[in-house]
Design a protein around this ligand. Structure first.
Ligand code: DGT
Ligand code: CA
Ligand code: CA
Ligand code: ZN
Length: 576
């Protein structure tokens, strides 16, 4: 059990005791909780080394609380706490994350309104019940409402693209602190998960204090949650928390592996070490020798994997989804690289809702190192985006010919479209016009809430149009904003396999559509994919890298992604 959880339990006990109007003890538990959450070392380690006596050395922890911690560490549970929970059926751990809501208030809200948890609290606020309570009033209700809003802002997960710039700038800032010789962003960010809960940073430094001081005094910090010499934690303006740890060079690889996670991957790896009679933790890989432990590896991640007889597992694959079994037999797929794209197959121009001209987009794509770029503007049904009709597409073709002539030998602009799929699955542009284009992407932009069967049949019909090449953003989700359409992805993948249709991985940070699990399914059966930026402006072209991250999380190889191939081969792979 980790410090956070122990601290949470102790704090909850304190709240319950306050409800019971016990003297002194509530403060003692609150103090102990705070001390534990600020500890640099894990309480479990302290206990392992020095037993209950060592626990009593922790400031704020007396004999009685030390006993409780021991029980927690030994059994994972605490009877005293369980009894209190039974007596007060209030989820204090959840409710205490609402700013300004103390135990007394929680108790009153429970007694008068039956509020047990956050959901109950939200309902009470919504129904205007709190303001009617004696001693409460509108002001108190509004305060609680604000607290709930803030809680939701903080507890939300952040699309990785929304925090990447920030994360990199913190990294740069830390690099500049004297004494720093290495900085990494670990956690879900390093695994390139589509959303991150918080950021986890690691540093090697000869002057830890300077690093920590710089870290907590960044301009964006709104709250310092912990401040120590090896571990600090802050909350930033946008609501995300950042943890920073200073680690020794000797155990840096072990720490990097540990804090990169995922937790299930770590647990599985630790088990592999234990099976050999070794132990693995954030300090290194060790083997037993007499009474002590001898270090086997720890400086780099690579040597840890190697010593365990494993192939190095790229961070994007560390989810305990079978990667360790493959690593053990040295059969991990060779993932597509971040520099493997040679083209972008979804880009809009100022012919519709894009910001830049075709020529500007082409030049920017050339700067990305691409050999080709498809201009795929919206079609007429999307009137809001000034979608093109057949005549518009013909006219655009003339302009593309002009640009191609001008940029000959540098980059090839492909004539494409992001053709709307109508409600019945037919396409928004005549087959005659579509047949003249190089790339036809089909997308759903309407009737998102059709039932599963109907929606699936709709997309299937579009995929079976002989001119259609790629399904753009197949599930239409917007992370944190819009649920995916209900669609049978197994069926879509099957139809793609059958027809040779390509499925897109759209790189816009709040789309990342397809998502990793569907990519894996597609890759498994040999369905081809494209990784596109869906850029609406020059500045968006790098979004493709988020799509690549997603592709790697879906175990895609270079050969699975059509726009890693030279133009002629790519075109051949499209449905003929
Ligand atoms: P997030 O922040 O929710 O997007 O996800 P992560 O994976 O970044 O998780 P986080 O920030 O709670 O912890 C960072 C890493 O630290 C996690 O990926 C694995 C490691 N870790 C955290 N808690 C535990 C634990 O109880 N056991 C083990 N083995 N590893 C842990
Ligand atoms: Ca994290
Ligand atoms: Ca964390
Ligand atoms: Zn679209």
């Amino acid at each position: 059990m980790r410090n956070e959880e122990i601290a949470k339990t102790l704090a909850a006990i304190g709240s319950f005791l306050e409800m019971d109007e016990v003297a002194f003890k509530p403060r003692a538990y609150a103090r102990a909780a705070e001390a534990i959450s600020n500890l640099e070392e894990e309480t479990s380690e302290i206990y392992k080394k020095g037993g209950i006596k060592a626990l009593e050395e922790i400031p704020g922890v007396g004999a009685s609380i030390a006993e409780k911690i021991e029980e927690l560490l030994k059994t994972g549970k605490l009877q005293y706490y369980e009894d209190l929970k039974k007596k007060h059926p209030i989820n204090v751990a959840e409710l205490s994350s609402i700013e300004g809501l103390g135990p007394k208030t929680m108790q009153l809200l429970y007694k008068k309104l039956g509020v047990k948890n956050l959901a109950g609290l939200e309902k009470a606020v919504k129904d205007g019940k709190i303001r009617k309570l004696p001693r409460f009033g509108q002001k108190s209700e509004e305060k609680i409402e604000k607290g709930i809003e803030a809680y939701h802002r903080h507890s939300g997960r952040f699309p990785i693209g929304e925090v990447a710039g920030l994360a990199e700038s913190i990294k740069d800032m830390l690099w500049k602190v004297p004494g720093v010789s290495r900085v990494d962003i670990a956690g879900s960010f390093r695994r390139r998960k589509e959303t991150v809960g918080d950021l986890d940073m690691l540093v090697i430094s000869t002057r830890p204090k300077a690093v920590m001081d710089a870290f907590i005094s960044q301009p964006d910090v709104i709250e310092v949650i912990a401040h120590g010499n090896t571990k600090s934690s802050v909350r930033l303006k946008i609501g995300i928390d950042v943890d920073l740890r200073v680690v020794n060079a000797e155990s840096y690889g072990a720490a990097l592996a540990y804090f990169t996670g995922s937790k299930p991957h770590n647990v599985a790896m630790r088990q592999m070490a234990q099976d050999k009679g070794w132990k693995l933790n954030e300090y290194g890989l060790f083997r037993k020798s007499g009474k002590g432990w001898i270090g086997l590896a720890g400086k780099t991640e690579e040597e840890i994997y190697e010593k365990l007889g494993l192939e190095y597992v790229p961070p994007e694959m560390r989810e305990d989804l079978g990667e360790l079994d493959l690593a053990a037999v040295h059969k991990l797929p060779r993932l597509i690289g971040y520099k493997d794209l040679v083209g972008d197959l979804q880009v809009q121009s100022n012919w519709t809702d894009g910001a830049n001209s075709i020529e500007e987009m082409a030049l920017a794509a050339e700067k990305m190192g691409y050999k080709y770029v498809a201009i795929t503007d919206h079609t007429k049904r999307l009137a809001m985006a000034h979608g093109l009709d057949e005549a518009g597409l013909a006219k655009q073709g003339v302009e593309i010919d002009r640009v191609n002539k001008k940029l000959k030998g540098r980059i090839k602009v492909l004539k494409g479209t992001e053709c709307d799929v109508l409600k019945d699955g037919t396409l928004d542009i005549s087959d005659k016009t579509l047949a003249k284009l190089d790339i036809v992407g089909v997308s759903i932009h309407s009737y998102f809430d059709l039932p599963l069967k109907e929606q699936t049949a709709r997309l299937e019909r579009a995929m079976r149009n002989p001119n259609a090449d790629i399904v753009f953003h197949p599930t239409c989700r917007l992370i944190n904003k819009r649920e995916p359409i209900s669609i049978d992805m197994d069926r879509v993948i099957k139809v793609a396999k059958e027809t040779g249709m390509v499925l897109e991985i759209d790189g816009i940070p709040d789309r990342l559509d397809l998502k990793d699990e569907y990519i894996r399914k597609a890759v498994e059966v040999g369905v081809k994919l494209s990784v596109d930026s869906d850029a609406h402006a020059i500045a968006h072209l790098p979004f493709a890298s988020y799509g690549l991250a997603q592709a790697r999380r879906g175990w895609a190889k270079r050969s699975d992604i059509v726009n890693t191939w030279p133009l002629e081969r790519m075109k051949k792979m499209l449905k003929s």
